[in-house]
Design a protein around this ligand. Structure first.
Ligand code: FAD
Length: 453
């Protein structure tokens, strides 16, 4: 009899898992169940008046190969594009200042640009330079990013350089973000070289099969829009059901919200972070569901070029928390991606939603756009946008807090005892799309191996 697999959640994780099941075991039937009325989860592309607006992920780190491989496997290799080069600025002390040259994730690696930057006071610079002589901080026990970088480089570097950048990327708070789960490479550098500044000089971007050296380490995206990947993956799946929320999962059995029960030989859970507990209902799954999540709104603003100033030499800026603005970061998308806007236009993407004001993302589109414009006008000259697109992620941004890896390990050990049930998704091994793809592919391989045993 034909074997049947059910995948729950049609974000990139669920779609990838379903795709690889079909690829690895053609005669297995795959049903993909999605709670909402659309595919893609956080991936959403809006095309309007010649603009291509990514409302979720816009690109990904080229050095992580899983997504590039998947893109090539679905036949979109010719659509891969590199971001245009450019640096970021930081809005701090009411001024935009360039990130010092050689900074990686806001962490200084070169002394001269650090000595000359206006981002840090002379005292802050002396404190940061103490990294060169301080003993190791990380002792094989997870700690927060604030503690790790604070003890190595001092609080001014954190507040004015590292936190704005990392909070922008992860929508989180360094005070509880896990070093081991979020930036393990820095724990590794410290372990090997003791000083971060000295150790970072030895770091070479990992080599990547099929991507030229020049391209590695940069951002990649799809010129056709990220949603085309979603469509291509969906084409490979036998049966996709939208508006199909799942309530509970057990070996061989999926219970839908409406009470219907579906049978399957294997089940892959790739749903939203808060769903692991309710769906699987064992303590280690609840522990992940109870972990912190944040809300954010992404605001795309389309302008005629003449109606908004550019940030000189930068593709955008991040904002230090102490400035008290609603926006946390802002990108000139057409400075990064050729397809983002018509030639005479600019597409600006801002993020709002901080831990200090989590309700902000719940406000109306109009109120959110006005807040963004109000903040932008404090920083640069801004006229009236042609239109705006607001996208919210309510209570849906997983945060890897201290101890995350341990919780994931315990979850996977417990899940391993439930026959025929697997899990993947941004809650587990990385929130970047390549991490989700890698994790989903592994879940599919495990399921197929068990089915064909
Ligand atoms: C604004 C923004 C910008 C980002 N930028 C980048 C970037 O540039 N690069 C990058 O690499 N990453 C980026 N990310 C992160 C990345 O997009 C996500 O981590 C990734 O897309 C998550 O995919 P996922 O499939 O695990 O989860 P999701 O996309 O959240 O999908 C989960 C799916 O499960 C469904 N679901 C939930 N519960 C149930 C249920 N009970 N039954 C059935 N279905 C259910 C949901 O409706 C949803 O469709 C960004 C994220 C956001 C929000």
């Amino acid at each position: 009899m034909q074997k049947k697999v059910i995948v729950i959640g049609a974000g990139i994780s669920g779609l990838t898992a379903a795709f690889y099941i079909k690829k690895l075991a053609k005669d297995v039937s795959v049903t993909l169940l999605e709670a909402s009325d659309r595919l893609g989860g956080k991936i959403k592309t809006v095309r309007k008046s010649g603009f291509t607006i990514e409302c979720g992920p816009e690109g990904y780190m080229a050095r992580k190969p899983a997504l590039t491989e998947l893109i090539r496997e679905v036949g979109l290799g010719d659509q891969l594009v590199n971001s245009k080069s450019g640096s970021y600025s930081i809005y701090v002390n009411h001024r935009l200042r360039p990130m010092p040259k050689g900074s990686v994730m806001g962490i200084p690696t070169k002394l001269l640009p650090m000595v000359t930057t206006g981002l840090i006071s002379p005292l802050g610079k002396i404190r940061a330079a103490m990294d060169l002589v301080l003993p190791r901080v990380y002792q094989n026990k997870d700690m927060s990013l604030a503690e790790f970088f604070g003890r190595r480089l001092g609080h001014e570097v954190i507040t004015n350089m590292i936190a704005p950048l990392l909070s922008g990327i992860y929508n989180g708070d360094l005070a509880d973000m896990s070093l081991e789960a979020t930036l393990p490479q820095f724990a590794g550098i410290e372990k090997k070289h003791r000083s971060l500044i000295l150790g970072m000089k030895h770091i070479q971007p990992p080599k990547q099969v099929g991507v030229s050296k020049k391209k590695a380490g940069q951002l990649l995206s799809l010129s056709c829009g990220m949603d085309v990947l979603v469509e291509k993956l969906a084409d490979a799946i036998d049966d996709i059901r939208l508006n199909a929320p799942v309530r509970h999962v057990q070996t061989g059995r999926v219970e839908m919200e409406d009470g219907t029960v579906l049978k399957a030989d294997a089940i892959i859970v790739a749903a939203a972070p808060k769903q692991l507990g309710p769906l699987l209902d064992f303590p280690e799954a609840w522990a992940l569901s109870h972990d912190k999540r944040t809300s954010t709104a992404t605001v795309a603003l389309a302008f005629k070029k003449k109606d908004i100033a550019a940030v000189a030499g930068s593709t955008g800026f991040v904002v230090s928390k102490k400035e008290g603005l609603s926006i946390t970061a802002c990108s000139w998308m057409n400075h990064k991606w050729a397809n983002a806007a018509p030639d005479d236009c600019t597409l600006v993407r801002s993020y709002i939603g901080t831990e200090t004001d989590p309700k902000m993302a719940e406000e109306t589109d109009e109120a959110i756009v006005n807040k963004v414009l109000f903040d932008l006008r404090k920083i640069i000259e801004v006229g009236t946008p042609l239109f705006s697109v607001v996208t919210r992620q309510m209570d849906n941004m997983p945060q890897y807090t201290v101890g995350h890896n341990q919780r994931v390990q315990e979850f996977e050990a417990a899940l391993g005892k439930i026959s025929g049930v697997y899990a993947c998704g941004a809650i587990l091994h990385g929130v970047g799309v390549p991490d989700c793809v890698d994790n989903a592919k592994r879940a599919a391989e495990q399921a197929v191996a068990a089915l064909t045993e």
